[in-house]
Write a protein that binds this ligand. Sequence first.
Ligand SMILES: *Cc1c(COP(=O)(O)O)cnc(C)c1O
Length: 416
Amino acid sequence: MAKTIEKKVLNTQQPDEKGFFGNYGGAYLPPSLVGVMQEITDSYMQIKDDPAFVEELTYLQQTYSGRPSPVYYAKRLSEAVGGAKIYLKREDLNHTGAHKINHCLGEVLLAKRMGKKKVIAETGAGQHGVALATAAALLGLECDIYMGDVDVAKQAPNVRRMQVLGAKVVPVSRGTRTLKDAVDAAFEAYLQDPVTTMYAIGSVVGPHPFPMMVRDFQSVVGREARQQFLDMTGSLPNHVVACVGGGSNAIGIFSGFLDDPEVDIIGVEPGGRGPANGDNAATMTYGTPGIIHGFSCYLLQDKDGEPLPVYSIASGLDYPGVGPQHCYLKDIKRVKYEVATDRDALVAFYDLSRLEGIIPALESAHAIGYAIKVAAKMSPEQTILVNLSGRGDKDMDYVMEHYPLEAYEEQKLLVK
Ligand SMILES: *Cc1c(COP(=O)(O)O)cnc(C)c1O
Protein backbone atom coordinates (compact mmCIF):
# COMPACT_ATOMS: atom_id res chain seq x y z
CA MET A 1 0.00 0.00 0.00
CA ALA A 2 2.70 2.43 -0.94
CA LYS A 3 0.95 5.72 -1.08
CA THR A 4 2.40 7.68 -3.88
CA ILE A 5 -0.69 9.59 -4.72
CA GLU A 6 -0.98 10.38 -8.36
CA LYS A 7 -2.82 13.53 -9.19
CA LYS A 8 -4.83 12.39 -12.12
CA VAL A 9 -7.71 14.04 -13.74
CA LEU A 10 -10.65 11.89 -12.82
CA ASN A 11 -14.14 12.22 -13.94
CA THR A 12 -16.45 12.84 -11.03
CA GLN A 13 -17.89 9.34 -10.94
CA GLN A 14 -15.09 6.77 -10.92
CA PRO A 15 -12.18 6.14 -8.59
CA ASP A 16 -8.86 5.05 -10.12
CA GLU A 17 -7.96 1.36 -10.04
CA LYS A 18 -6.59 1.70 -6.49
CA GLY A 19 -9.84 3.23 -5.29
CA PHE A 20 -8.76 6.87 -5.12
CA PHE A 21 -11.02 9.82 -5.82
CA GLY A 22 -8.33 12.48 -6.19
CA ASN A 23 -6.31 12.19 -2.97
CA TYR A 24 -9.04 10.42 -1.02
CA GLY A 25 -10.07 6.81 -0.55
CA GLY A 26 -7.70 3.93 -1.30
CA ALA A 27 -7.27 0.88 0.91
CA TYR A 28 -5.01 1.16 3.97
CA LEU A 29 -5.19 -2.39 5.24
CA PRO A 30 -3.36 -4.91 7.40
CA PRO A 31 -1.53 -7.37 5.08
CA SER A 32 -3.94 -10.20 5.92
CA LEU A 33 -6.85 -8.25 4.46
CA VAL A 34 -5.29 -7.13 1.19
CA GLY A 35 -6.07 -10.31 -0.70
CA VAL A 36 -9.53 -10.58 0.80
CA MET A 37 -10.46 -7.05 -0.22
CA GLN A 38 -9.06 -7.65 -3.70
CA GLU A 39 -11.32 -10.67 -3.97
CA ILE A 40 -14.36 -8.54 -3.13
CA THR A 41 -13.28 -5.96 -5.72
CA ASP A 42 -12.75 -8.60 -8.42
CA SER A 43 -16.06 -10.30 -7.73
CA TYR A 44 -17.93 -7.03 -7.70
CA MET A 45 -16.38 -5.83 -10.97
CA GLN A 46 -17.35 -9.13 -12.59
CA ILE A 47 -20.86 -9.26 -11.22
CA LYS A 48 -21.97 -5.66 -11.43
CA ASP A 49 -22.79 -5.75 -15.12
CA ASP A 50 -23.82 -9.39 -15.22
CA PRO A 51 -27.39 -9.34 -16.56
CA ALA A 52 -28.53 -12.05 -14.11
CA PHE A 53 -27.22 -10.06 -11.11
CA VAL A 54 -28.73 -6.80 -12.34
CA GLU A 55 -32.03 -8.54 -13.02
CA GLU A 56 -32.20 -10.13 -9.57
CA LEU A 57 -31.32 -6.88 -7.82
CA THR A 58 -33.85 -4.92 -9.88
CA TYR A 59 -36.52 -7.51 -9.20
CA LEU A 60 -35.95 -7.24 -5.43
CA GLN A 61 -35.83 -3.44 -5.56
CA GLN A 62 -39.20 -3.37 -7.28
CA THR A 63 -41.10 -6.17 -5.58
CA TYR A 64 -39.49 -6.12 -2.11
CA SER A 65 -38.22 -2.59 -1.37
CA GLY A 66 -40.96 -0.85 -3.31
CA ARG A 67 -38.90 0.97 -5.95
CA PRO A 68 -39.18 3.36 -7.62
CA SER A 69 -39.82 5.61 -4.64
CA PRO A 70 -41.87 8.65 -5.66
CA VAL A 71 -40.80 12.25 -6.03
CA TYR A 72 -43.32 14.42 -4.19
CA TYR A 73 -43.96 18.17 -4.50
CA ALA A 74 -44.23 19.51 -0.93
CA LYS A 75 -46.75 22.21 -1.78
CA ARG A 76 -47.83 23.30 1.69
CA LEU A 77 -44.26 23.43 2.96
CA SER A 78 -43.16 25.39 -0.10
CA GLU A 79 -46.02 27.88 0.24
CA ALA A 80 -45.35 28.37 3.93
CA VAL A 81 -41.70 29.09 3.17
CA GLY A 82 -42.73 31.46 0.39
CA GLY A 83 -39.84 30.86 -2.00
CA ALA A 84 -38.59 28.03 -4.19
CA LYS A 85 -40.67 24.90 -4.68
CA ILE A 86 -39.42 22.02 -2.53
CA TYR A 87 -39.61 18.44 -3.85
CA LEU A 88 -38.84 15.29 -1.87
CA LYS A 89 -37.39 12.01 -3.10
CA ARG A 90 -39.25 9.62 -0.81
CA GLU A 91 -36.61 7.10 0.31
CA ASP A 92 -38.50 7.01 3.62
CA LEU A 93 -41.09 4.87 1.83
CA ASN A 94 -38.70 1.97 1.22
CA HIS A 95 -39.19 -1.25 3.15
CA THR A 96 -37.40 -0.74 6.53
CA GLY A 97 -37.96 3.00 6.23
CA ALA A 98 -34.76 4.38 4.76
CA HIS A 99 -32.27 4.29 1.89
CA LYS A 100 -29.96 1.78 3.62
CA ILE A 101 -31.86 -1.21 2.22
CA ASN A 102 -30.61 -0.14 -1.25
CA HIS A 103 -26.98 -1.01 -0.54
CA CYS A 104 -27.72 -3.82 1.91
CA LEU A 105 -29.60 -5.76 -0.78
CA GLY A 106 -26.67 -5.26 -3.16
CA GLU A 107 -24.04 -6.25 -0.61
CA VAL A 108 -25.84 -9.38 0.60
CA LEU A 109 -26.61 -10.44 -2.96
CA LEU A 110 -22.91 -10.06 -3.78
CA ALA A 111 -21.92 -12.05 -0.67
CA LYS A 112 -24.29 -14.82 -1.69
CA ARG A 113 -22.91 -14.94 -5.23
CA MET A 114 -19.40 -15.14 -3.78
CA GLY A 115 -20.46 -18.23 -1.83
CA LYS A 116 -20.28 -16.54 1.59
CA LYS A 117 -22.34 -17.96 4.44
CA LYS A 118 -22.47 -14.94 6.68
CA VAL A 119 -22.42 -11.14 6.57
CA ILE A 120 -21.06 -9.12 9.46
CA ALA A 121 -21.19 -5.43 10.24
CA GLU A 122 -21.12 -2.82 12.93
CA THR A 123 -24.03 -0.61 13.81
CA GLY A 124 -24.40 2.55 15.90
CA ALA A 125 -28.04 3.45 16.27
CA GLY A 126 -28.97 0.12 14.73
CA GLN A 127 -30.31 1.35 11.38
CA HIS A 128 -27.62 -0.34 9.28
CA GLY A 129 -27.89 -3.46 11.45
CA VAL A 130 -31.63 -3.71 10.86
CA ALA A 131 -31.33 -3.15 7.10
CA LEU A 132 -28.57 -5.75 6.83
CA ALA A 133 -30.42 -8.26 9.02
CA THR A 134 -33.44 -7.76 6.74
CA ALA A 135 -31.47 -8.43 3.55
CA ALA A 136 -29.75 -11.43 5.18
CA ALA A 137 -33.10 -12.92 6.21
CA LEU A 138 -34.45 -12.38 2.71
CA LEU A 139 -31.50 -14.08 1.03
CA GLY A 140 -30.86 -16.78 3.62
CA LEU A 141 -27.46 -15.75 4.99
CA GLU A 142 -26.36 -15.60 8.61
CA CYS A 143 -25.80 -12.15 10.04
CA ASP A 144 -23.66 -10.95 13.00
CA ILE A 145 -24.01 -7.33 14.08
CA TYR A 146 -21.43 -5.74 16.40
CA MET A 147 -22.79 -3.00 18.58
CA GLY A 148 -21.30 -1.06 21.53
CA ASP A 149 -22.81 -1.85 24.95
CA VAL A 150 -23.93 1.72 25.32
CA ASP A 151 -25.80 1.60 22.03
CA VAL A 152 -27.33 -1.80 22.81
CA ALA A 153 -28.87 -0.26 25.93
CA LYS A 154 -29.99 2.93 24.14
CA GLN A 155 -31.42 1.32 21.02
CA ALA A 156 -33.46 -1.52 22.46
CA PRO A 157 -36.16 -1.54 19.74
CA ASN A 158 -33.58 -1.94 16.96
CA VAL A 159 -31.75 -4.65 18.92
CA ARG A 160 -35.02 -6.57 19.18
CA ARG A 161 -35.74 -6.04 15.48
CA MET A 162 -32.38 -7.53 14.51
CA GLN A 163 -32.94 -10.48 16.82
CA VAL A 164 -36.44 -11.14 15.49
CA LEU A 165 -34.97 -11.03 11.97
CA GLY A 166 -32.55 -13.79 12.97
CA ALA A 167 -29.35 -11.79 13.35
CA LYS A 168 -26.92 -12.23 16.23
CA VAL A 169 -26.25 -8.97 18.06
CA VAL A 170 -22.77 -9.02 19.60
CA PRO A 171 -22.31 -6.39 22.36
CA VAL A 172 -18.89 -4.70 22.42
CA SER A 173 -17.64 -3.64 25.86
CA ARG A 174 -14.32 -1.95 25.15
CA GLY A 175 -13.24 1.69 24.75
CA THR A 176 -16.17 4.09 24.67
CA ARG A 177 -18.45 1.09 23.92
CA THR A 178 -19.98 2.87 20.91
CA LEU A 179 -19.69 2.88 17.12
CA LYS A 180 -15.93 3.19 16.66
CA ASP A 181 -15.27 0.25 19.01
CA ALA A 182 -17.95 -1.77 17.26
CA VAL A 183 -16.16 -1.20 13.93
CA ASP A 184 -12.88 -2.42 15.45
CA ALA A 185 -14.53 -5.53 16.92
CA ALA A 186 -16.35 -6.35 13.69
CA PHE A 187 -13.14 -6.01 11.69
CA GLU A 188 -11.34 -8.37 14.05
CA ALA A 189 -14.10 -10.93 13.73
CA TYR A 190 -13.93 -10.57 9.96
CA LEU A 191 -10.15 -11.11 10.01
CA GLN A 192 -10.68 -14.43 11.75
CA ASP A 193 -12.87 -15.80 9.01
CA PRO A 194 -12.72 -13.80 5.77
CA VAL A 195 -13.34 -16.89 3.66
CA THR A 196 -16.89 -17.73 4.69
CA THR A 197 -17.95 -14.23 5.80
CA MET A 198 -18.22 -10.82 4.18
CA TYR A 199 -18.02 -7.46 5.91
CA ALA A 200 -20.93 -5.32 4.73
CA ILE A 201 -20.10 -1.65 5.31
CA GLY A 202 -22.99 0.71 6.06
CA SER A 203 -22.06 3.76 4.00
CA VAL A 204 -19.73 5.00 1.24
CA VAL A 205 -16.76 4.68 3.61
CA GLY A 206 -14.07 2.09 4.41
CA PRO A 207 -11.44 0.68 2.06
CA HIS A 208 -11.88 0.30 -1.70
CA PRO A 209 -14.15 -1.11 -3.18
CA PHE A 210 -16.82 -0.13 -0.61
CA PRO A 211 -17.11 3.60 -1.38
CA MET A 212 -17.56 2.76 -5.07
CA MET A 213 -19.76 -0.28 -4.55
CA VAL A 214 -22.13 1.28 -2.01
CA ARG A 215 -22.33 4.37 -4.26
CA ASP A 216 -23.25 2.21 -7.24
CA PHE A 217 -26.00 0.48 -5.25
CA GLN A 218 -27.38 3.85 -4.08
CA SER A 219 -27.16 5.50 -7.51
CA VAL A 220 -30.58 4.09 -8.40
CA VAL A 221 -31.96 6.97 -6.29
CA GLY A 222 -30.35 9.61 -8.50
CA ARG A 223 -31.24 7.89 -11.76
CA GLU A 224 -34.88 7.62 -10.77
CA ALA A 225 -35.07 11.12 -9.29
CA ARG A 226 -33.62 12.83 -12.36
CA GLN A 227 -36.13 11.18 -14.70
CA GLN A 228 -39.06 11.66 -12.32
CA PHE A 229 -38.23 15.32 -11.87
CA LEU A 230 -37.99 15.87 -15.63
CA ASP A 231 -41.31 14.09 -16.15
CA MET A 232 -43.01 16.21 -13.47
CA THR A 233 -41.62 19.64 -14.26
CA GLY A 234 -40.03 19.49 -17.71
CA SER A 235 -36.67 20.65 -16.38
CA LEU A 236 -33.94 19.83 -13.89
CA PRO A 237 -34.00 21.13 -10.31
CA ASN A 238 -31.99 24.25 -9.49
CA HIS A 239 -30.64 22.61 -6.33
CA VAL A 240 -30.24 19.00 -5.17
CA VAL A 241 -29.81 18.64 -1.39
CA ALA A 242 -29.04 15.70 0.92
CA CYS A 243 -27.69 15.15 4.43
CA VAL A 244 -24.18 13.73 4.79
CA GLY A 245 -23.08 11.35 7.53
CA GLY A 246 -20.86 8.81 5.79
CA GLY A 247 -22.48 10.08 2.61
CA SER A 248 -24.37 7.17 1.03
CA ASN A 249 -27.82 8.70 0.60
CA ALA A 250 -26.20 11.92 -0.61
CA ILE A 251 -23.95 10.33 -3.21
CA GLY A 252 -26.89 8.19 -4.34
CA ILE A 253 -28.98 11.17 -5.38
CA PHE A 254 -26.01 13.37 -6.37
CA SER A 255 -24.70 10.80 -8.84
CA GLY A 256 -27.79 11.38 -11.01
CA PHE A 257 -26.92 15.08 -11.39
CA LEU A 258 -23.10 15.37 -11.26
CA ASP A 259 -22.88 15.67 -15.02
CA ASP A 260 -25.51 18.44 -15.15
CA PRO A 261 -23.46 21.60 -14.54
CA GLU A 262 -26.60 23.75 -14.27
CA VAL A 263 -27.67 21.86 -11.13
CA ASP A 264 -26.20 23.16 -7.84
CA ILE A 265 -25.55 20.27 -5.49
CA ILE A 266 -25.36 20.76 -1.73
CA GLY A 267 -24.43 18.24 0.98
CA VAL A 268 -25.60 19.15 4.48
CA GLU A 269 -23.39 18.18 7.43
CA PRO A 270 -24.51 17.91 11.06
CA GLY A 271 -23.60 21.18 12.78
CA GLY A 272 -24.77 19.84 16.15
CA ARG A 273 -24.56 22.41 18.95
CA GLY A 274 -21.91 24.51 17.22
CA PRO A 275 -18.39 24.64 15.78
CA ALA A 276 -16.39 23.58 18.89
CA ASN A 277 -14.59 20.21 18.87
CA GLY A 278 -16.92 17.48 20.09
CA ASP A 279 -20.09 19.50 19.45
CA ASN A 280 -20.68 18.48 15.84
CA ALA A 281 -19.83 15.91 13.17
CA ALA A 282 -19.34 18.32 10.26
CA THR A 283 -16.35 16.53 8.84
CA MET A 284 -15.73 18.49 5.68
CA THR A 285 -16.61 21.85 7.25
CA TYR A 286 -14.25 21.59 10.23
CA GLY A 287 -11.95 18.60 9.48
CA THR A 288 -8.60 18.09 7.77
CA PRO A 289 -7.32 15.21 5.60
CA GLY A 290 -6.44 12.06 7.53
CA ILE A 291 -6.93 8.29 7.65
CA ILE A 292 -9.65 6.27 9.41
CA HIS A 293 -10.96 2.72 9.02
CA GLY A 294 -8.79 1.89 6.02
CA PHE A 295 -9.31 4.96 3.80
CA SER A 296 -8.31 8.61 3.60
CA CYS A 297 -10.79 11.47 3.84
CA TYR A 298 -11.51 14.72 5.63
CA LEU A 299 -11.41 13.78 9.29
CA LEU A 300 -12.22 15.37 12.61
CA GLN A 301 -8.96 14.52 14.35
CA ASP A 302 -6.64 15.61 17.12
CA LYS A 303 -3.02 16.61 16.50
CA ASP A 304 -1.93 12.94 16.62
CA GLY A 305 -4.39 11.92 13.94
CA GLU A 306 -6.76 10.22 16.39
CA PRO A 307 -10.44 10.71 15.56
CA LEU A 308 -12.10 13.29 17.82
CA PRO A 309 -15.33 12.52 19.63
CA VAL A 310 -18.25 13.66 17.49
CA TYR A 311 -21.83 14.60 18.23
CA SER A 312 -25.10 15.11 16.38
CA ILE A 313 -28.73 14.91 17.43
CA ALA A 314 -29.05 12.40 14.55
CA SER A 315 -27.07 9.30 15.50
CA GLY A 316 -26.87 8.22 11.84
CA LEU A 317 -24.77 11.31 11.09
CA ASP A 318 -22.18 11.22 13.86
CA TYR A 319 -19.12 9.75 12.21
CA PRO A 320 -15.73 11.56 12.31
CA GLY A 321 -14.87 10.64 8.69
CA VAL A 322 -16.79 10.90 5.41
CA GLY A 323 -16.90 9.17 2.04
CA PRO A 324 -13.85 9.87 -0.16
CA GLN A 325 -15.87 10.84 -3.23
CA HIS A 326 -17.47 13.67 -1.25
CA CYS A 327 -14.02 14.94 -0.24
CA TYR A 328 -13.01 14.99 -3.87
CA LEU A 329 -16.24 16.69 -4.98
CA LYS A 330 -15.66 19.34 -2.32
CA ASP A 331 -12.10 20.01 -3.45
CA ILE A 332 -13.02 20.35 -7.12
CA LYS A 333 -15.98 22.53 -6.02
CA ARG A 334 -18.58 20.44 -7.84
CA VAL A 335 -20.56 20.03 -4.60
CA LYS A 336 -20.91 22.59 -1.80
CA TYR A 337 -21.00 21.30 1.77
CA GLU A 338 -22.95 23.33 4.31
CA VAL A 339 -24.06 22.86 7.91
CA ALA A 340 -27.46 22.49 9.56
CA THR A 341 -27.56 22.54 13.36
CA ASP A 342 -29.55 20.34 15.74
CA ARG A 343 -32.01 23.19 16.02
CA ASP A 344 -32.46 23.52 12.24
CA ALA A 345 -33.15 19.79 12.10
CA LEU A 346 -35.66 19.85 14.96
CA VAL A 347 -37.64 22.74 13.49
CA ALA A 348 -37.70 20.95 10.12
CA PHE A 349 -38.79 17.73 11.85
CA TYR A 350 -41.92 19.44 13.19
CA ASP A 351 -42.49 21.64 10.13
CA LEU A 352 -42.55 18.74 7.70
CA SER A 353 -44.75 16.72 10.05
CA ARG A 354 -47.27 19.53 10.54
CA LEU A 355 -47.37 20.85 6.96
CA GLU A 356 -47.09 17.64 4.96
CA GLY A 357 -47.94 14.75 7.28
CA ILE A 358 -44.46 13.33 6.79
CA ILE A 359 -42.36 12.64 9.90
CA PRO A 360 -38.74 12.69 8.69
CA ALA A 361 -35.74 10.95 10.25
CA LEU A 362 -33.64 13.46 12.20
CA GLU A 363 -30.84 12.76 9.71
CA SER A 364 -33.02 13.74 6.75
CA ALA A 365 -34.39 16.72 8.72
CA HIS A 366 -30.94 18.32 8.39
CA ALA A 367 -31.40 18.42 4.61
CA ILE A 368 -34.98 19.73 4.96
CA GLY A 369 -33.83 22.40 7.44
CA TYR A 370 -31.17 23.62 5.05
CA ALA A 371 -33.60 23.56 2.10
CA ILE A 372 -36.15 25.64 4.04
CA LYS A 373 -33.57 28.35 4.69
CA VAL A 374 -32.31 28.45 1.13
CA ALA A 375 -35.77 28.21 -0.46
CA ALA A 376 -36.87 31.31 1.45
CA LYS A 377 -34.27 33.35 -0.46
CA MET A 378 -35.26 31.96 -3.87
CA SER A 379 -38.15 32.71 -6.22
CA PRO A 380 -41.25 30.55 -6.72
CA GLU A 381 -40.12 29.57 -10.24
CA GLN A 382 -37.06 27.89 -8.76
CA THR A 383 -36.90 24.34 -7.41
CA ILE A 384 -35.05 22.32 -4.77
CA LEU A 385 -35.02 18.54 -4.74
CA VAL A 386 -34.27 17.02 -1.31
CA ASN A 387 -33.42 13.39 -0.64
CA LEU A 388 -35.70 12.38 2.22
CA SER A 389 -33.45 9.53 3.30
CA GLY A 390 -35.66 8.00 6.00
CA ARG A 391 -38.72 8.20 8.18
CA GLY A 392 -38.71 9.49 11.74
CA ASP A 393 -40.59 6.89 13.76
CA LYS A 394 -37.30 5.85 15.35
CA ASP A 395 -36.79 9.42 16.61
CA MET A 396 -40.22 10.14 18.09
CA ASP A 397 -39.44 9.37 21.72
CA TYR A 398 -36.20 11.29 21.71
CA VAL A 399 -37.69 14.40 20.12
CA MET A 400 -40.77 14.48 22.34
CA GLU A 401 -38.61 14.17 25.42
CA HIS A 402 -35.97 16.74 24.50
CA TYR A 403 -37.86 19.19 22.35
CA PRO A 404 -41.50 19.04 23.38
CA LEU A 405 -44.37 20.26 21.25
CA GLU A 406 -44.93 23.33 23.41
CA ALA A 407 -41.46 24.58 22.56
CA TYR A 408 -42.20 24.17 18.89
CA GLU A 409 -45.59 25.80 19.08
CA GLU A 410 -44.21 28.83 20.91
CA GLN A 411 -41.91 29.48 17.98
CA LYS A 412 -44.75 29.25 15.47
CA LEU A 413 -44.04 27.67 12.13
CA LEU A 414 -41.11 27.84 9.87
CA VAL A 415 -38.24 29.75 8.46
CA LYS A 416 -37.23 31.98 11.30
C1 LIG B 1 -27.87 6.10 8.33
C2 LIG B 1 -28.71 7.21 7.85
C3 LIG B 1 -28.16 8.37 7.26
C4 LIG B 1 -26.69 8.63 7.21
O1 LIG B 1 -25.96 7.80 6.37
P1 LIG B 1 -25.39 8.29 4.97
O2 LIG B 1 -24.45 7.22 4.60
O3 LIG B 1 -24.71 9.62 5.20
O4 LIG B 1 -26.53 8.42 4.05
C5 LIG B 1 -29.02 9.33 6.76
N1 LIG B 1 -30.36 9.18 6.83
C6 LIG B 1 -30.93 8.09 7.39
C7 LIG B 1 -32.40 8.01 7.43
C8 LIG B 1 -30.13 7.07 7.92
O5 LIG B 1 -30.71 5.99 8.48
